[in-house]
Ligand binder design. Structure first.
Ligand code: NAD
Ligand code: TYD
Length: 336
């Protein structure tokens, strides 16, 4: 199996690469990643010497680079993780989000069509369903009602990818996962940001009342689900991937405070995110029924392992918090 993995130097893409190379499977993986602030070759250091893997630096929204790679590689499948993945950044600066998530996905789909790539797995998010009122859960047919430039760009790219199945009969599958957490996650998302700040005794900025609900999925469970869909998913289908662990943000923050030995005085309620979705909730019955996948990691165990990882990798945190990260942090959290 020859794969091109886009965004393989990011949080989830690198976990997928490490998972596929953990055994002795005869795979060949080419990572295509432009290395934005979120892309980091340190995340791929554990596989750097593996002869089944190679890294190509390139932009998915650059048709010449994408076409050249797909023509040269003739992959069996493209597994497409690359994205601008953060809601707050998409609010501050939507342009790269639209360019990468929409035009980048289009560029990959066109190359896959041109060179007859057998499978295209588009990695998406439950955020495309928008805020879900209690007691409902979104299945794959739930309406797409997006709130942020990020979720709108993901919904648009999902529909574009599915249109290549309907129109050109390409074997496209779309996965929609809930909020991921685990090692190597960039410290801009809720869990790694709160862990990194708590470890340093810095304030923990909770948006609004902190009662927004997210469903937490351990990153390795997500990657196993993607492998299952790649192997057994039906073309033209969408598969939800949830962690079956819905928690209000404040409770997540309180657990991090307890596990790092801090106290609640670090919590700082700050101005809410504009267009903030109140609750995400999804059912993963379809992927379980069709592939047998189910999440395995208990949230308590996964969170403890994640906190341990950040405790032991302070040098990694320091390196990813470049000058650009500090500028973003100041811009996002000033005047809140
Ligand atoms: P991430 O931000 O950690 O990594 C994104 C990667 O894509 C980085 O390595 C970056 O360098 C690369 N990239 C960005 N723009 C690129 C471009 N134009 N060309 C090539 N590479 C580019 O993101 P993540 O959290 O690992 O998310 C991966 C995918 O999973 C995304 O598609 C995201 O929408 C989806 N997803 C994420 C979550 C989550 O909780 N993080 C949940 C569900 C779905
Ligand atoms: P995030 O990790 O950005 O994921 P998403 O917005 O894609 O779900 O945020 C998760 C939740 O945590 C979301 O409700 C916003 C909230 N949040 C905070 O309260 N404070 C923060 O500093 C961040 C980054 C997020």
């Amino acid at each position: 199996m020859k794969l091109i993995v886009t965004g393989g130097a990011g949080f989830i893409g690198s976990a997928f690469v490490r998972l596929l190379l953990a055994g002795s499977e005869p795979v060949r993986l080419t990572v295509l990643d432009t290395l934005t602030y979120a892309g980091n070759l340190d995340n791929l250091a554990p596989v750097a010497a593996d002869a089944r893997y190679r890294f190509v630096q390139g932009d998915i929204a650059d048709p010449a680079a994408v076409n050249a790679l797909v023509e040269q590689e003739q992959p069996d499948a493209i597994v497409h993780f690359a994205a601008e993945s953060h809601v707050d950044r998409s609010i501050l600066s939507p342009e790269p989000v639209v360019r990468t998530n929409l035009f980048g996905t289009f560029t990959l789909l066109e190359a896959a069509r041109k060179y007859g790539v057998g499978r295209f797995l588009h990695v998406s998010t439950d955020e495309v369903y928008g805020s879900i009122p209690e007691p409902h859960e979104a299945d794959e047919n739930y309406p797409l009602v997006t709130s942020s430039p990020y979720s709108a760009s993901k919904a648009g790219s999902d529909l574009l990818a599915l249109s290549y199945h309907t129109t050109y009969k390409m074997a496209v599958t779309v996965t929609r996962a809930s909020n991921n957490y685990g090692p190597y996650q960039f410290p801009e998302k809720l869990i790694p940001l709160m862990i990194a700040n708590a470890l340093e005794g810095k304030p923990l900025p909770v948006y609004g009342d902190g009662q927004q609900v997210r469903d937490w999925l351990y990153v390795d469970d997500h990657c196993r689900a993607i492998r299952a869909v790649l192997e057994r998913g039906r073309p033209g289908q969408v598969y939800n991937i949830g962690g079956s662990r819905a928690l209000p943000n404040l409770e997540v923050v309180e657990r991090i405070i307890a596990a790092t030995g801090r106290d609640r005085s670090l919590i700082q309620y700050v101005k809410d995110r504009p267009g903030h979705d109140r609750r995400y909730a999804l059912t993963s019955d379809k992927i379980t029924r069709e592939t047998g996948w189910a999440p395995e990691m208990e949230f308590e165990t996964g969170l403890a392992a994640t906190i341990d990882w950040y405790r032991q990798n302070t040098a990694w945190i320091e390196r990813v918090r470049s000058g650009a990260y500090r500028e973003y942090y100041a811009q996002n959290y000033a005047n809140r």
